[in-house]
Design a protein around this ligand. Structure first.
Ligand code: NAP
Length: 488
């Protein structure tokens, strides 16, 4: 099977923060891959915008180096790279001042193309940029803006940010990125749920014992220590990425695969979430790697805050109070410096009501694993008879739906989440972007949890570098007769 690439309309994309880490690591290399795949029109323009004093040539050189470093090993010719770089422009601009805005206005004047402005800058600058886009006549009704996470740090700041953006743009012009939603498997999750008769009838508390969502990282806070220490795993991961995965796994079938139909259903899930009891949540902080403390320091050293109470790990038990899910636990966990890098959603089905095989009863359960990274794919564990003589012994084997196998990986185009989402912005498709009310509802659920920690002066539990997190997280499931899926 070979994927069909449908070219997008001609566009002008301005990347505020075009010299930054995200632009160089993800956005520009992603756009280059779309160029090589002939999805990006040859006359499209990408305009980097930041304070650095560069001209177009200097910017093209910067992005040439970024593509060499972060572009992966995708084959491309020198002509392709030169052709892509020729589509780049640059404007030196100050988001907080007047410098550069007149030049940008002149570049965008009279364009009849799709106009998109990517805010790849600190959120503190979102309002300044939106205001200046309007002041300089670029916030017309056809313009689209793309905003990065974090979208607020609590409900009040998210509301304020939504209100600021709403002053200048309509909701259907605002694309709030959560790159998890751009992953192939996440979309496949919807295809599996709503494109098959097999799963949906079983997708409820009557047949599902529990659901686990794990996003495990092996890396620490790296160079983001200062930011991370003010944020923590709850704000940085749970409120957005894990919440979005929870929504997709738990939502009702939307009437159609259209932006508001999907986002309405996701919103209902968030609003149906119960508050989380303090004994249903575990926070952790990673310790230094023994004998390698210099390379892998503990969390408090890494963030240069010896008394930090910010969590680098969270595990919690959530419940959704609606007809479909009442009584079914959703266990969420995420953390840094864990044993393996893996993002996985696991649906564990209930035991059969009666086992005709005697002793084996209850030891075998169907498990559907949706793996986001690495090795994207979906696996269904089914119980079969162990082959050979020796009576009726049961074993669980995976019915593997790995995309690589089924679709002959080398013939399937691998599209990174950022590439897909930017192309969706150009197409004007908001289905995989968060709506303002969704973000606010997610904060409304998250805020009391964080406020509870602050009120109790909660101190995160230490956990070993390269482990599965604090032992209390294991206990969270063990006391309910369950276990986390191993992180591999
Ligand atoms: P970064 O490396 O610090 O880059 C910030 C960019 O903003 C630079 O290009 C900087 O360029 C520009 N900038 C700063 N002040 C400016 C001003 N007053 N006017 C115009 N431009 C200004 O940050 P980043 O890592 O790329 O992150 C950008 C956004 O994406 C943030 O909201 C971040 O939370 C989000 N994000 C990043 C990642 C990631 O992997 N990096 C992942 C998810 C979300 P000059 O210094 O040249 O002005």
């Amino acid at each position: 099977m070979v994927s069909r690439v449908i070219p997008v309309d001609l566009f002008d994309l301005v990347i505020f923060g075009g010299t930054g880490d995200l632009a160089r690591r993800k956005i520009l290399p992603g756009l280059f891959r779309r160029y090589c795949a002939e999805q990006m029109p040859q006359e499209a323009r990408i305009i980097g915008a930041a304070r650095s004093d560069l001209d177009a040539q200097g910017y093209r050189q910067m992005i040439r180096e970024a593509i060499a470093e972060f572009g992966g090993d995708s084959a491309h010719s020198d002509e392709q790279l030169d052709g892509f770089l020729a589509q780049l422009e640059y404007v030196t601009i100050d988001a907080r001042g007047d410098q550069g805005w007149k030049e940008l206005q002149a570049m965008m004047a009279g364009t009849t193309r799709v106009e998109a402005y990517y805010f790849s800058v600190a959120p503190a600058l979102f309002g300044d940029i939106a205001e200046r886009l309007q002041k300089w006549g670029m916030a017309d009704v056809d313009a689209r803006i793309v905003v990065e996470k974090p979208f607020g740090r609590d409900l009040a700041t998210a509301k304020a940010l939504n209100a600021t953006l709403a002053t200048y743009f309509n909701e259907d012009q605002i694309y709030r990125i959560d790159h998890y939603l751009g992953k192939e498997t996440v979309q496949n999750l919807m295809a599996v749920r709503f494109g098959n008769m097999l799963f949906e009838p079983l997708w409820n508390s009557q047949y599902v014992d529990h659901i686990q969502i794990t996003v495990a990282e092996t890396v620490g806070v790296g160079g983001r220590g200062e930011y991370y220490d003010k944020s923590g795993a709850m704000r940085d991961m749970v409120q957005n990425h894990l919440m979005q995965l929870l929504c997709l796994i738990a939502m009702e079938p939307p009437a159609r695969f259209s932006p508001d139909a999907v986002r309405d259903e996701k919103l209902k899930v968030i609003r149906a979430l119960d508050p989380v009891a303090s004994h249903h949540i575990v926070r952790g902080q990673y310790q230094a790697e023994p004998c390698n403390e210099a390379a892998n320091p503990g969390y408090r050293t890494a963030v240069d805050n010896p008394r930090s109470r910010t969590e680098s790990f969270v595990a919690l038990r959530a419940e959704i109070s609606n007809w479909r899910w009442a009584g079914t636990p959703f266990y969420l966990r995420t953390g840094k410096c864990l044993a393996a890098r893996a993002s996985e959603i696991t649906v564990v089905f209930k035991d059969t009501p009666h086992s005709i095989f005697g002793e084996d009863a209850g030891r075998h359960r169907n498990v559907l694993s949706i793996r986001l990274q690495p090795d994207e794919g979906i696996t269904l564990g089914v119980t079969i008879k162990e082959p050979g003589p020796g009576g009726m012994r049961l074993i669980d084997v995976p019915l593997d739906m790995s995309f690589a196998e089924a679709l002959k990986e080398d013939e399937v185009e691998q599209v990174d989440a950022y590439e897909r989402l930017i192309m969706d912005v150009i197409r004007g498709n908001q289905t995989l972007f968060m709506r303002g009310d969704e973000v606010e509802a997610a904060w409304a659920w998250t805020d009391p949890i964080i406020e509870g920690w602050q009120a109790r002066n909660d101190v995160p539990k230490p956990y070993d570098f390269g482990s599965d997190g604090p032992t209390d997280a294991t206990e969270l499931l063990r006391r309910e007769g369950r276990a986390w899926r191993p992180v591999t």
